[in-house]
Design a protein around this ligand. Structure first.
Ligand SMILES: Nc1ncnc2c1ncn2[C@@H]1O[C@H](COP(=O)(O)OP(=O)(O)OP(=O)(O)O)[C@@H](O)[C@H]1O
Ligand SMILES: [Mg+2]
Length: 331
């Protein structure tokens, strides 16, 4: 496994600037999660590292080597694509074995068979090894794609939303497996997801992207508790952080135009009267939708609350994040 360094990497498609001076270090053995909305250039970033796209400027280093002139094979990266791409005429077993049959690796047959079995076991597809790739469900195809990366021992795994089409139970299980693989192999991973539970539980570092720029890079806890902007604050946390006019409550620092309140920042019982508009029972948590001076906000309340729409709840900030008019954090 290896350290991967991006320095001022830039990529345009025609006249449109996509990746904009992106600098980031993925430490050896790190698990970096990239977060960002659709179109933020997450996939493009992975393609630049894997060698499927060539940057217009900047530097990419894998294990100390400048790799921009290397082919994808030379870079020794294993990528799980967002759109899974299996060889349709091959069985699952053959698909999984394929990367190991590359002439560069020269893996012995018995080693290939053993590795394929191990990976199939981890991904819960042992029963499907003889199926053709076309005779699988979407979630099974996705697991075979992950498997084709996991059979290898590359410098870095690049994974583009690898668990997105799985049901919640399987996603939870594979999340633990990936984390176990990461710890066990000391693997280096760069992982794209929209799922904040994945980001919070698996990442050693989270990188938040906005239109091709890396706007914050830090531990999941730093990103959650100490976001540099409202944009970053909105990437983690469910229910989402409430963004309200700063003067809705007393005590806003000068220069603040928005108060950002996560559910745990809202104390119920004292403060300003708000009106319950909806009570959402999700089983393990209950969300309380409120309005205050015409502004909607969402928080959590007791699971078996007796509150109903129309009730009044007094609320006040217990601590808060403040942002200026441009959305940057004020301190
Ligand atoms: N080959 C290409 N030619 C032109 N534009 C491209 C090309 N590849 C990507 N883009 C553009 O770059 C932008 C970023 O695309 P990218 O696939 O990296 O986004 P993403 O962050 O992975 O989004 P998603 O979450 O939807 O997968 C998009 O606006 C897209 O249209
Ligand atoms: Mg993408």
């Amino acid at each position: 496994m290896a350290e991967v360094i991006l320095r001022d990497v830039t990529k345009a498609f025609g006249a449109t600037l996509a990746v904009d001076r992106l600098s980031m270090t993925i430490e050896d053995g790190g698990f970096v999660v990239l977060l960002g909305p659709t179109g933020a250039d997450k996939t493009t970033t992975l393609r630049l590292i894997s060698g499927l796209e060539r940057p217009d400027g900047g530097e990419i280093r894998i294990d100390g080597r400048a790799v921009i002139d290397e082919t994808p094979a030379q870079r020794d990266v294993a990528m799980v694509f967002q759109q899974y791409s299996l060889y349709p005429h091959m069985t699952v077993r053959e698909n999984l074995a394929f990367p190991l049959r590359s002439p560069i690796l020269r893996t012995p047959e018995d080693r290939i068979e053993q590795k394929v079995r191990e990976v199939a076991e981890v991904l819960r597809i042992s029963g499907k090894l003889n199926n053709r790739a076309t005779a699988l469900s979407g979630g099974e195809m996705q697991r075979v794609s992950i498997g084709r990366a996991l059979v290898r021992d590359p410098a870095i795994y690049l994974m583009d939303e690898p668990l997105s089409s799985l049901d919640a139970k399987l996603r939870g299980e594979l999340r633990l497996e990936l984390k176990r693989i990461h710890a066990g192999l000391g693997a280096t991973l760069l992982y794209v997801t929209h799922d904040q539970v994945e980001a919070m539980t698996m990442a050693t570092r989270v990188g938040v992207m906005d239109e091709g720029r890396l706007v914050q890079f830090g531990s999941p806890r730093e990103i959650y508790e100490d976001p540099v902007s409202l944009y970053v604050a909105g990437r983690l946390g469910l229910p989402r952080i409430n963004a309200l006019p700063a003067d809705l409550f007393a005590g806003a620092p000068s220069g603040a135009s928005t108060i950002g309140l996560r559910p745990e920042h809202i104390q119920q019982g004292e403060g300003r009267p708000s009106t319950v508009t909806r009570v959402e029972h999700l089983g393990d948590q209950t969300r309380l939708h409120l309005t205050l001076d015409g502004h909607a906000l969402v928080t959590l309340t007791e699971v078996h609350t007796k509150l109903e729409p129309g009730d009044t709840v007094n609320i006040q900030p217990r601590s808060a994040l403040y942002f200026d008019a441009a959305g940057n954090r004020t301190r």
